[in-house]
Design a protein around this ligand. Structure first.
Ligand SMILES: Cc1cc2nc3c(=O)[nH]c(=O)nc-3n(C[C@H](O)[C@H](O)[C@H](O)COP(=O)(O)OP(=O)(O)OC[C@H]3O[C@@H](n4cnc5c(N)ncnc54)[C@H](O)[C@@H]3O)c2cc1C
Length: 454
């Protein structure tokens, strides 16, 4: 039996494990064994205990966009029905004894998107029910053995011992760590400036942020967020929810916080392969950029209290620690400058922006998996043009193409194949794409349907 290693126990792992379980019951073809490598706990990025969120924020997407959505018939109706019966958000709600996910409560409360923590519970439930293998450890390396044609997954256990397991394919997941810090965020000895946080440490160090703000004089108690996307908006929203009356300044390269609304014309492209495939590549890239960069779900925007919130269009350049401050924490400024068109020389009109707390919320590095690969392979992703070439060559099973050895699935950078490759919009589509490399779908019918599982 073939085996797939999934690095990270989040929604992608849960969707793949669930679909593999259902296929193993209904498909006439052998289905690969799925093994999930997770360093913390299933759904860790959603619980609130590991950064990214406080766990209490709701998902921005509908609960019904669950592990099986869109319940397409690529593998036949019986597979879609079994996915819904066993792994849908509703199936989870029906078996939940109590709480906000409990089916009746969820309906009574208006079928709202779940809180991140409830979503994490759903992921944990699904993975455990799927029978997928679980390795509790941190993956530290991926290498391909040219003789066996298998991937060697090297991982470290809780007490630092190294292990290596062979697999036929690897799926890398995860939002990745925060993007490379701006100059001045860390000192020469690699110590983080105590006033500077990022999209992970903001959530893990909330108590410390409270202490910094409490120690600040009222007229200088200001929070500066760098980045105009979902991470910055979620953090601004946290101050509203926590009822902390503090001025918040968002610095972004876009003219303002753009809003993203749910709507048929945009949303259908996440699960309509034919419509997506008909678009020219540059139009697909434009769609993904517009919906993922510098844009905030309208639900979040509506809840931002404008009174304390300001927006500045600028490029953040570097943090500067001021000498001679008398307070508990060193005084810091962020240098900012006007944005310029791509390729133009940077503006020299630099000016400082003061703050008591700074959060670098420019997002996360989805290319983080390059650090797991041997340097010769990682070098193919070392620059922006190279990354673009790699993305353009990703195949329909969301795998890297040559010169990468076969079998490395990277949904987080596979949006050319479909805009749902790296989000929650159509996890059922994503899992079908990965598993089609192993379990052939039944022959498509003319007109877009599919015959039932043979
Ligand atoms: C807070 C937050 C909210 C979001 N909300 C939405 C939303 O509402 N709708 C939407 O469509 N998209 C949303 N996104 C974006 C997107 O859906 C997710 O980033 C993406 O789908 C994450 O799912 P995942 O399965 O790839 O990984 P994750 O859920 O990020 O899971 C990755 C897992 O990998 C583990 N891990 C990391 N490195 C290693 C390693 N070396 N070895 C072993 N384990 C490792 C981590 O512990 C983590 O549990 C959100 C992202 C975040 C961070």
């Amino acid at each position: 039996m073939a085996s797939i290693a999934v690095i990270g126990g989040g929604p992608k792992a849960a969707a793949i494990a669930a679909k593999a379980d259902v296929l193993s019951r209904l498909s006439p073809h052998p289905v690969p064994q799925v093994t999930i490598y997770e360093r913390t706990a299933f759904g860790a990025a959603w619980t609130g205990g590991n950064g990214y969120t406080d766990g209490l924020q709701p998902l921005c997407t509908l609960a019904e966009r669950d592990l099986g959505f869109p319940y397409g018939r690529a593998y036949g109706t019986d597979v879609a029905e079994a996915m819904f019966a066993r792994y849908s958000w509703q199936a989870f709600g029906v078996q939940a004894a109590s709480g906000r996910a409990h089916y009746e409560q969820w309906v009574l409360h208006g079928r709202r998107p779940p809180a991140h923590l409830d979503f994490a519970r759903y992921l944990d439930w699904a993975i455990r029910n799927s029978g997928a293998g679980h390795v509790h450890g941190t993956v530290t390396g991926l290498a391909h053995d040219a003789t066996s044609h298998r991937w060697e997954v090297t991982w470290e256990d809780a007490i630092g011992r190294q292990h290596t397991d062979p697999h036929d394919a690897v799926v890398v997941t995860g939002s990745g760590p925060p993007v490379r810090p701006l100059a001045g965020a860390y000192d020469a000895s690699n110590a983080r400036n105590p006033r500077v946080f990022d999209g992970v440490t903001f959530w893990t160090d909330l108590d410390e942020i409270g202490r910094i703000l409490a120690a600040e004089a009222l007229d200088t108690r200001k929070v500066v967020l760098i980045g105009a996307g979902g991470t910055a908006a979620a953090i601004a929203h946290w101050f509203v929810r926590a009822r902390i009356e503090v001025p918040v300044v968002i610095i972004g390269r876009e003219p303002t916080l753009y809003a993203r609304h749910p709507g048929y014309f945009e949303d259908r492209l996440f699960s309509d392969d034919a419509a997506w495939g008909a678009l020219p590549a540059h139009v697909r890239d434009e769609f993904v950029r517009r919906l993922t960069t510098g844009v905030v779900w309208n639900y979040v925007l509506e809840n931002l209290d404008g009174a304390n919130l300001a927006y500045t269009c600028a490029d953040a350049v570097a943090f500067r620690t001021l000498v001679g401050g008398a307070g508990l924490y060193p005084e810091v400024q962020i240098d900012i400058r006007p944005t310029v068109p791509d390729g133009a020389p940077p503006s020299t009109a630099i000016r400082p922006e003061d703050g008591a707390v700074f959060v670098d919320a420019r997002g996360f590095d989805r290319w983080w998996f390059a650090s797991l690969l041997p340097p010769a392979l990682a070098s193919h992703m070392a620059t922006r043009p190279r990354q673009e070439a790699v993305m353009a060559a990703i195949d329909d099973a969301l795998r890297l193409a040559a010169p990468f050895p076969a079998g490395l699935h990277v949904p987080m950078v596979a949006s050319r194949q479909g805009p749902a490759a790296n989000n929650l919009m159509a996890l059922g589509w994503m899992s079908d794409r990965v598993l089609r490399a192993f379990v052939p779908p039944p022959t498509p019918l003319a007109g877009g349907g599919a015959v039932g599982t043979p």
